[in-house]
Design a protein around this ligand. Structure first.
Ligand code: S3P
Length: 426
């Protein structure tokens, strides 16, 4: 798919529902008692994988498009699947479902596409095994396919080396079935959608500093969930609005949970003009409309506790930093190497191909701003966030930018190119 320079980006856009919250609503709804009605469920391939895995375990899930209705089976009502559970490209599906399967009364195998079969699973195998689960990497390489046999679980206090909501959530979900309290301590607080939604469904869960605590539950109770717009999808329009001259974009109803909204802090630190309007709350999650206008940006340092709050936005932030005055330093972000692609390597390679001045470091990158970008052939490596990042970069570059594997945006934002084109002034 090809992109050329835009004269501006103007108008309003409502991005699809949050991916993390959508996954959790179907998972928690499936193991709750009663009906969960989910509004604005993300119809991206990852979230459809979650629906199909729970349907294979006997859950009645009706996907009506925007609304999904889940007839929950209760904490111990899932059925043994008669085939492998295919998580597709979705790390959230695989890791969170492992926490649930660790306590079920049957054996299951979790698999997925080539990318997920390369991603590290020891980070969940280790804590779930400490809780008493029987969980193995089928090829003994620390990756999927995973074979899980449910067992009676113990509550543990686990200290994770990485700030990862997928790891934390897998342990908290297993903790619902524990024989006592389960605690997960992280180096920094990761996104807390599981804690918010589990509480909404009746679990006893709370935070002490960087430790999340959960008590065993007798049942969860299904509830209505309104999924806010995904800030990780909104990020492409936020950054495009700042980068493309003569732009003014209004993003409607975006989730701004502080454990996810680090990009807003970075935009402010870089001198970006951004305003929050109509702040409200959806099922315990803060939301707002966000207005953004083209701005002259300057470099910044992004590190430490901020990193988990914007981990998925770092590719588009790195692209935006190419248009800022001075240098932008991203550190403490080694997790980028184990996402859908190695996002440090892939970003540096593709930005360099467009003429950017950027260096990879051990745990991030350094971008020296204001070398003009030119079009290039970009390999998305089937990573949805890379494809969307370079579609935006292509709007600010001379010549033509050709994205290979552009269709992978269906993972998180099936209508992305249509929405981008609609806002683009030629
Ligand atoms: C997610 C957590 C993050 C994020 C991913 C979604 C979640 O991963 O990158 O896209 O829904 O919990 P990690 O937990 O591995 O950091």
């Amino acid at each position: 798919m090809k992109f050329t320079r835009a004269k501006g980006l103007c108008g309003e856009v409502t991005v699809p529902g949050d991916k993390s919250i959508s996954h959790r609503s179907v998972m928690f709804g499936s193991i709750a008692k009663g009906t969960t009605e989910i509004h604005n469920y993300l119809q991206g391939a990852d979230c459809l994988s979650t629906i199909s895995c729970f349907q294979k375990m006997g859950v009645d899930i009706e996907n009506r498009g925007d609304t999904v209705v889940v007839k929950g089976k209760g904490l111990r009502g899932l059925a043994c699947p008669d085939a492998d559970l295919d998580c597709g490209n979705s790390g959230t599906t695989m890791r969170l479902m492992s926490g649930i399967l660790a306590a079920q009364n049957f054996k299951a195998t979790l698999t997925g596409d080539a990318s997920i079969q390369r991603r590290p699973m020891n980070r969940i195998i280790e804590p779930l095994s400490l809780m008493g689960a029987h969980i193995q990497s089928a090829r003994n390489n620390g990756c999927a396919p995973l074979r899980i046999r449910g067992r009676a679980l113990k509550g543990i206090h686990y200290t994770s080396k990485v700030a990862s909501a997928q790891v934390k959530s897998a342990i908290l979900l297993a903790g619902l079935y524990g024989d006592g309290q389960t605690r997960v301590t992280e180096p920094y607080v990761s996104r807390d959608h599981s804690e918010i939604m589990l509480k909404h469904f009746g679990a006893q869960v709370y935070r002490e500093g960087t430790t999340a605590v959960i008590l065993p539950a007798r049942e969860l109770y299904g509830s209505r969930v309104d999924v806010p717009g995904d800030i990780s999808s909104a990020a492409y329009f936020l950054c495009a609005g700042l980068m493309v001259p003569h732009s003014r974009v209004l993003l409607k109803h975006v989730g701004i949970n502080p454990t996810r909204a680090g990009i807003l802090q970075v935009i402010k630190a870089m001198g970006g003009q951004i305003t929050l309007l109509n702040e409200s709350c959806d099922s315990g999650e803060p939301v707002a409309d966000i207005l953004v206008c083209s701005s002259s940006l300057h470099g910044t340092v992004i590190q430490g506790a901020l990193i988990p709050t914007l981990i998925d936005e770092l590719p588009i932030i790195a692209a935006m930093a190419c248009f800022a005055k001075g240098s932008t330093v991203i550190r403490d972000a080694a997790e980028l190497k184990v996402k859908e692609s190695d996002r440090i390597e892939v970003m540096v390679k593709n930005l360099s191909a467009m003429g950017a001045c950027v260096e990879a470091t051990e745990d991030g990158m350094v971008i020296h701003g204001q070398s003009p970008l030119h079009g290039a052939v970009i390999d998305s490596c089937q990573d949805h966030r890379i494809a969307m990042t370079f579609a935006v970069a292509g709007l600010c570059a001379d010549g033509e930018t050709d994205i290979l594997g552009a269709d992978c945006v269906t993972i998180s934002y099936p209508g992305f190119y249509r929405d981008l084109e609609r806002l683009t002034v030629r």
